[in-house]
Design a protein around this ligand. Structure first.
Ligand SMILES: Cc1cc2nc3c(=O)[nH]c(=O)nc-3n(C[C@H](O)[C@H](O)[C@H](O)COP(=O)(O)O)c2cc1C
Length: 335
């Protein structure tokens, strides 16, 4: 019997175990990906961010972004926008479509988002942040959470102010990525700020940024005191990191990562599932990036990546991966 090393994360009625969350990643965490990664040990997954304006028109692609698999429950659906009334309407739509939690994005630094005053641009105006949070909380009967960066820039670190307003507005939990918007992905996520936020508010705090190792994840969690951690880029091509952290949270030693050939076998499952669910024309470009990441550390990876970049059909790319598995196995037998 192992004893859990951390408590579950409580968000409204949802008891989230383990307190390990897959970060929302636009163009990546679609329903297929969330369902594929959930069994590795995630407590919660978040959709890609969805524009509250686009939701008013309900086009097919937008509705697909908020669609769920069923396997990945509970699901948090993330919205972005600058207008409290539009955000409230969008929240009602996603709730009706099955969102268990509605998450508000105050973190995206992408130019196309901030130029319409959405995402991290909201952090330039804490009053507007509060108005958006209040409107969304009033609009739905499920918990509302919020994800943000430290502030727009170094001179305006508003995260504690915004989180206090979130708490007063009835927001159930807040995620902090420890960079400013102006930093994009430069420098490091500053976990001292994350610890400061945890000490400043009573609602659960989820820490995010630069976690890429199981021991480091637990260390960050302990030192900052956060209630949960959110993992993004490091899980891509390496969902086993999720299982390793989940092991440590369950109080057992972290499992060994799989052998390279087994990693690639999973890459094939991932590939075929994406083709089945998204169709070849959409799955192939997305899977080029994923396969490149699954190949990381495998001998000859650069050449294999290059070959796969030029293949336009799923089974053709899978044949290259299968060939690689055979050659890895021949090498293992010879050793
Ligand atoms: C490709 C990509 C897309 C992202 N899309 C979103 C998004 O839609 N919503 C959001 O809140 N954050 C988004 N992020 C930020 C991540 O959720 C996360 O905060 C960031 O990557 C830091 O965590 P990490 O170091 O574990 O990757 C995105 C990040 C990446 C790399």
């Amino acid at each position: 019997m192992s004893a859990r090393t951390v408590p579950p994360l409580q968000i409204g009625p949802h008891r989230i175990w383990p307190p390990l969350i897959l970060a929302p990643m636009s163009g990546v965490t679609n329903r297929t990906m969330r369902a594929l990664y959930k069994p590795f040990g995630l407590g919660l997954t978040v959709t890609e961010f969805v524009s509250s304006n686009a939701l008013q028109h309900g086009n097919k692609r937008t509705m697909e972004m908020i669609d769920q698999h069923g396997l990945e429950k509970p699901v948090s659906t993330q919205l972005w926008g600058d207008d409290p009334a539009v955000m409230a309407r969008a929240a009602r739509v996603v709730r009706e479509c099955g969102a268990d939690i509605v998450d508000i994005n105050f973190g995206c630094p992408a130019p196309k988002v901030v130029k319409t005053r959405g995402g991290s641009a909201c952090l330039k105006d804490v009053e507007r942040c509060e108005a958006i949070m209040r409107a969304v909380v009033c609009a739905v009967d499920c918990p509302v959470t919020m994800k943000m960066r430290l502030g727009w820039n170094e001179e305006q670190l508003v995260y504690i102010e915004v989180a206090k307003r979130a708490q007063r507005a009835g927001v159930a939990a807040v995620t902090l990525h420890g960079r400013t918007a102006r930093q994009f992905y430069k420098g490091n996520s500053d976990w001292d700020h994350i610890a400061r936020l945890k000490a400043a508010v009573g609602i659960p705090v989820i820490g995010n940024g630069d976690i890429d190792d199981a021991t480091q994840a637990m260390d960050r969690m302990e030192r900052s005191g956060v209630d949960a951690i959110m993992l993004g880029r490091a899980t891509l091509g390496n969902p086993w990191l999720i299982s390793q952290i989940a092991d440590l949270m369950e109080g057992r030693p972290a499992r060994q990562p799989p052998a390279p050939a087994d990693r690639l076998r999973f890459a094939i499952v991932h590939y075929r599932t994406m083709v089945q669910e998204l169709g070849e024309s959409r799955a192939v470009p997305q899977m080029r990036k994923h396969v490149a990441l699954y190949l990381k550390g495998i001998p000859g990876a650069a050449t294999l990546r290059e070959r796969i970049m030029h293949i336009d059909d799923g089974e053709g790319a899978i044949a290259v991966v299968e060939e690689t598995i055979e050659s890895l196995e021949r090498c293992a037998e010879a050793a």
